[in-house]
Each structure stands twice: as structure tokens, then as C-alpha cells.
Design a protein around this ligand. Structure first.
Ligand code: AMP
Length: 297
């Protein structure tokens, strides 16, 4: 595996494989790799001739300076893990390479970016995501890019981006990888104290409560949400939102009558965590239990 720092190096490295018609897969990340990231890389390795992983802690998508400053970084460890996962190129540019002096562009996508994460973190969050992903797609020009269902709204925003701007890249959304006790893997989990780590399991429990209720025939969002919030409150979490939303629009649903998504964001101490679970009126709870046992969702 080679680590590349500049756009010129990246383009030079990909020129020949591209000429030869190789299939190039991209996994955009912010580093501090865990099994969630590695599952995307392994999937990319299976599907492609050339695998590029970008490692860039994108300052424009952070709404809190502390969160950016405290974001875990360990490039040497990440490089070893990516190499083990069969990655060909780790693209790890400096901030000035991506945002040189005079940079002014911003990609804005409207409604889907304004609810939930967009409402909590502000409009700039998904603008930052959409702008950096647009740049990465232009730099790498991959046939396919891999994102995690863990950040369900982000994946939906990227699909909107590709659709609206006619980008020729296929978007693959990969399942959530969880710890054995259900906690969704996240780079931010390293900030949790042992007591907070225990509290944090309430997010996946609350989602489980929701999917169990749907499985049992409860389709009213108010009732489901109240039970899920109860689970979060019992663990003393500071819940930002727990909502049942439409899979496509992320707009709130009153009565579930088809595939829906339960989404949650909560603070555990000073760490902000998100998670989600697809709900369907047919047997979701069983699938969830099986997926957790298998280490993914
Ligand atoms: P990040 O480095 O947090 O920006 O994440 C990079 C990619 O990995 C994003 O597409 C995330 O959705 C994905 N990802 C993060 N955590 C997980 C997880 N637990 N399971 C699956 N994918 C994940």
C-alpha cells in the first residue's frame, strides 16, 4: 500500500489503471479505523481492481471546534490496518491541499440536509460533507464509492448529490458494524469512560425496543418513540432526537405503513453518538437479533 499526500500524486498513481480500464473503488473516511471502516475496505477490495481509501478529517463538516480538536487521529495505525485490508492507496492530504487559500466553493442540497443531523449540527455540516465528497469524487473518479449505513442520513445526502449533479459513481451503502453488546462502532467511542460506554448501549437498546414493538404490531410512531425514549432516559442519556422517518425523505412518519427508519442521536457525557435501525411491518426484530449476533446490521 502507498500513502499519497497530494492530488497530483493521486492522479498520477491512478492514470495507468484507469487507462487499462481498471475498476476503481473509493472509501472516504476520517480515520481512527475500526471494524466499521474495515468492512467497507474489505467490500471495496472484493469488488474492485484498485482500492483507494481517503483519510481526511474534514474541518468544514465539524460544527464544534472541540469535536474537531479532539477527533482521534493515528495515521500510522490506520495505515497498517488499511494495508491489512488490502487497500492499494491511502490518500491522506493536508488540509491546505484540499482547501488552498482562496477556496470558496460549497455544495448545497436542500431539504434532506436540513432535518435531524442537519438541524442539530447546522446547515454547514452536510454542506461540508457534500463539498468534500464532490472533491474526492473529482480527484479519484471512482466507479464506485462505499459509505456506511451507520451515517444513514449522510449516505442519503450522497445519493442526492450524485443524482442531482449527474456524477458517474455508484454508491454502495454497507451495513452497520456493532460491538457484541449492540453499540454501533464509531471513532468517537474511544472518548467514552467505562461508565459512559455502558450507558451508550442504551442507543441500540432503544432501537431494539422500537423494532420489537413494530414486530408486535405497534405502528404508531408516538407510542414507539415514547417507549424508546424511556429506554434512553433510564440510562440518563441526553437525547437530541429519536424519530421514525421515511427512508427516502427522512421526514417524520406518524403511522408506519412500509419501510421506515428509526434514528437516534444522544450525548453520553460530552460525546455525541448516532445510530439507526430500519423498521418494517414484517419481522424486523428477528433480522436485527441475527445481525447483532453476526457482528453487523
Ligand atoms: P468516518 O470516518 O466516521 O467518517 O466514517 C467513514 C465511513 O465509515 C462512513 O461512510 C461511515 O458511515 C462508515 N462507518 C462508520 N462507522 C461505521 C459502522 N459502525 N459500521 C459501518 N460503517 C461505518
Amino acid at each position: 500500500m502507498r500513502t499519497l499526500r497530494t492530488i497530483a500524486e493521486l492522479r498520477a498513481a491512478l492514470a495507468q489503471p484507469r487507462r487499462e480500464g481498471s475498476r476503481i473503488g473509493l472509501v472516504p473516511t476520517m480515520g481512527a479505523f475500526h471494524e466499521g471502516h474495515l468492512s467497507l475496505m474489505r467490500r471495496a477490495r472484493e469488488d474492485n481492481d484498485v482500492v483507494v481509501v481517503s483519510l481526511f478529517v474534514n474541518p468544514t463538516q465539524f460544527n464544534e471546534g472541540n469535536d474537531l480538536a479532539a477527533y482521534p487521529r493515528d495515521e500510522n495505525r490506520d495505515a497498517l490496518l488499511a494495508s491489512d485490508a488490502g487497500v492499494d492507496y491511502l490518500f491522506a492530504p493536508a488540509v491546505e491541499e484540499i482547501y488552498p487559500p482562496g477556496f470558496t466553493a460549497s455544495v448545497s442540497l436542500g431539504a434532506i440536509t436540513e432535518v435531524l443531523e442537519g438541524a442539530q449540527r447546522g446547515r454547514a455540516h452536510f454542506e461540508g460533507v457534500a463539498t468534500v465528497v464532490t472533491k474526492l469524487f473529482n480527484m479519484v473518479a471512482p466507479q464506485v464509492a462505499y459509505f456506511g449505513q451507520k451515517d444513514a442520513q449522510q449516505a442519503r445526502v450522497i445519493k442526492q448529490l450524485v443524482h442531482d449533479l449527474d456524477m458517474q459513481v455508484q454508491i454502495e451503502v454497507c451495513p452497520i458494524v456493532r460491538e457484541p453488546d449492540g453499540l454501533a462502532m464509531s471513532s468517537r467511542n474511544v472518548h467514552l469512560s467505562p461508565a459512559e460506554r455502558e450507558q451508550a448501549t442504551a442507543l441500540s437498546r432503544a432501537l431494539r425496543v422500537a423494532s420489537d414493538l413494530v414486530e408486535a404490531g405497534e405502528y404508531e410512531s408516538d407510542a414507539i418513540t415514547a417507549a424508546a425514549r424511556n429506554e434512553l432516559d433510564s440510562a440518563n442519556l441526553d437525547t437530541e432526537y429519536f424519530e421514525i422517518v421515511d427512508l427516502e425523505t427522512f421526514a417524520p412518519i406518524t403511522t408506519i405503513d412500509g419501510p421506515a427508519l428509526a434514528v437516534v442521536a444522544a450525548r453520553v457525557g460530552s460525546t455525541r453518538l448516532i445510530d439507526n435501525q430500519q423498521l418494517s411491518t414484517k419481522s424486523v426484530a428477528g433480522q436485527y437479533a441475527g445481525a447483532v449476533a453476526a457482528g453487523s446490521n
